[in-house]
Write a protein that binds this ligand. Sequence first.
Ligand code: CP
Ligand code: NVA
Length: 337
Amino acid sequence: MKTLYQKSCLKLSDFTYEEIFYLMKLSKFLKKNKHNKKEKKYIKGKNIALIFEKQSTRTRCAFEVAAYDQGAHTTYIGPNDTHIGYKESIEDSAKVLGTMYDGIQYRGYNDTILENLKKYSKIPIWNGLTDKFHPTQILADLFTIIETFPEKPLKKIHCAYVGDAQNNIANSLIEAANIINFKLNIVSPESYWPKKNFLNKKYSLYNKRKNIIYTDKIIEGVKNVDLIYTDVWVSLGESDDMWKKRIEELYPYQVNKKMLNISNNPNIKILHCLPALHNKKSLIGLQLHNKFKFNNGLEITDDIFNSNINLSFRQSENRLHTIKALLVSCLSEEKIF
Ligand code: CP
Ligand code: NVA
């Protein structure tokens, strides 16, 4: 297979099935080399701009550490640090960055900004989360699933996504299920089912293979699945005023003991991209627990979050290895496999 040299990743469907599996193989190779302290630097001297218009822990750290491990340099550009979009258009800023950098990670609101960064900078652009998509998260999730189920090909996996199914994680997961053909149940009230037309024209919400189903019934959605994936009920950039309505409508879809019993799978695993509101130990967690009289988590209960069926910290670590694979394959001409 060709390398992904000079490719951008605005959404997961920018990659083919073969390219995603190439990234999985490269992630495994790079993870092993890092753990064995035998990492070769494939992108020495490259410069990467990291534009963040929203907060981040995992994505920012994974891009920075991946770049440093591989001999590249990063510049962090926070929401209030530059003229981008305020005093200078995206077009002009992209032209400037394109003369100095080899690639740009962008986290923000609108996908049009990604398109314009790509068009005017003429260097690879990677989406580190927008309102619509979070492709680098899903790469880490797919890698985590492969590691967790070594005997089961990814195509044979059956995953349920419960909660807010109109957000970036649900959209990117639906893209993944379209490309890879694993079974995906979207489980939420009908008003939270994904909006039409966000997918690449090649794919659809209701594809012919029928590997993706949408249901508001927990029993239909989680029975006999291998994994249950959940995410916060109010995403970055959404108003805090949304919490009341979201809690009222999504509380029945909380990942808790009852839902696990309904799954009827004693080996079930849980995915969460994090951050998770599972206890009162964060400021927002404390405020929401107190305001809405919760005592054991919002989208996931604290007991389930802290149990060994929760893969979320492995997903977090794998952000590093999969983002590193993305950087290496897009910025290095060397053919590793
Ligand atoms: N999962 C994820 O993208 O985390 P951050 O918001 O911390 O980057
Ligand atoms: N849907 C969440 C994902 C966080 C990684 C958000 O956009 O805030």
